[in-house]
Design a protein around this ligand. Structure first.
Ligand code: CP
Length: 312
């Protein structure tokens, strides 16, 4: 079995069989990560460069750990402190790195489509670690894998994605992934933070009422307000946002059933999610982070050795 793609640029390009293959492979690697020696030599002869043109904590550490657990040689690149600040283009930067015999690229960039653009110019597998407001495919895979782990399956589950849908690459990748696996999805937030025509375009339900969405769902994936991507104010204040859309333990306790709380991180505690909800028994936030390493090991393992043609 192999993936139908040569790069992981987004979930939109994946088939259901691809996602299931990644999950089965991640199950095996999760077993490896429980052992005293959490390492296999699978990618011993592979060199991977992590190109991070935008800040990251979880994704960057998770990819680096996944690569090292697979025995790969790892090179880390940050745009800050590099020759990007002297005017070097993305292609020049990457080609210079690839000329040092790198086999795979993991890339985060603030520009939507940056990894897709790069895939037209280089012939090694690229893994998108988050591009602008477009996609964050490994986050969606680890999110769905964590739902499957907690609830037994993703098919038939009701998932509410809450908050700043407009600026969230996590939301878009989650919608593609959850729908492909047979879940029902509602996006909920202020009207100004939900793109128009989303229901028709992506086959999701739209709600502007957090209580109703939480009453409906089995799982709530709560997103951060992405202030760094908002050029004009889209709601009156963080305090009022929190009062209207914040998820807290009192709200969870008032529901007629127990739901699972997720968050991709970083959390703005007290804004979209209170500490008593983030740290409650409802929360699987740290399980998501743990599962990220196994999911990224699976993606790297399944893409290693692929010889992409230049995309047109
Ligand atoms: N979830 C996520 O992408 O977190 P980082 O920005 O810290 O990588």
């Amino acid at each position: 079995m192999s993936l139908s793609v040569n790069h992981l640029l987004g979930i939109r390009n994946l088939k259901r069989q691809d996602i299931e293959l990644i999950f089965q492979t991640a199950d095996t690697f999760k077993g490896v990560l429980q052992r005293p020696i959490k390492k296999v030599p699978t990618l011993r002869d592979t060199t991977i460069v992590n190109l991070f043109f935008e800040n990251s904590t979880r994704t960057r550490i998770s990819f680096e750990l996944a690569e090292k657990r697979l025995g790969a040689d790892v090179v880390n690149f940050s745009a800050s402190g590099s020759s990007v600040s002297k005017g070097e283009t993305l292609i020049d930067t990457v080609n210079n790195i690839l000329s040092m015999k790198v086999d795979m690229v993991v890339m985060r960039h603030s520009a939507s489509g940056a990894p897709h653009f790069l895939s037209k110019h280089i012939q090694v597998p690229i893994v998108n670690a988050g591009d602008g407001i477009n996609e964050h495919p490994t986050q969606a895979l680890l999110d769905a894998f964590s739902i499957r782990e907690r609830l037994g399956s993703v098919a038939g589950k009701k998932v509410a994605i809450c908050g700043d849908i407009m600026h969230s690459r996590v939301a878009l990748s989650n919608i593609y992934c959850l729908k492909e696996l047979g879940a029902e999805v509602t996006v909920v937030g202020p009207p100004t933070l939900i793109p128009k025509h989303m229901a028709e375009a992506l086959g999701v339900n739209v709600s502007y009422n957090i209580r109703e969405a939480l009453e409906w769902c089995d799982v709530a994936n709560v997103l951060r307000i992405q202030l760094e991507r908002q050029n004009t104010p889209l709601f009156s204040s963080l305090r009022e946002y929190s009062l209207a859309y914040g998820v807290n333990k009192a709200l969870l306790d008032s529901l007629k059933k127990e739901i699972v709380i997720m968050h991709p991180g970083p959390i703005n505690r007290g804004v979209e999610l209170s500490s008593d909800a983030a740290d409650s028994s409802h929360s699987i936030i740290l399980n998501q982070v743990e599962n990220g390493v196994a999911i990224r090991m699976a993606v790297l393992y399944l893409l290693a050795g692929k010889k992409p043609e230049l995309a047109v």
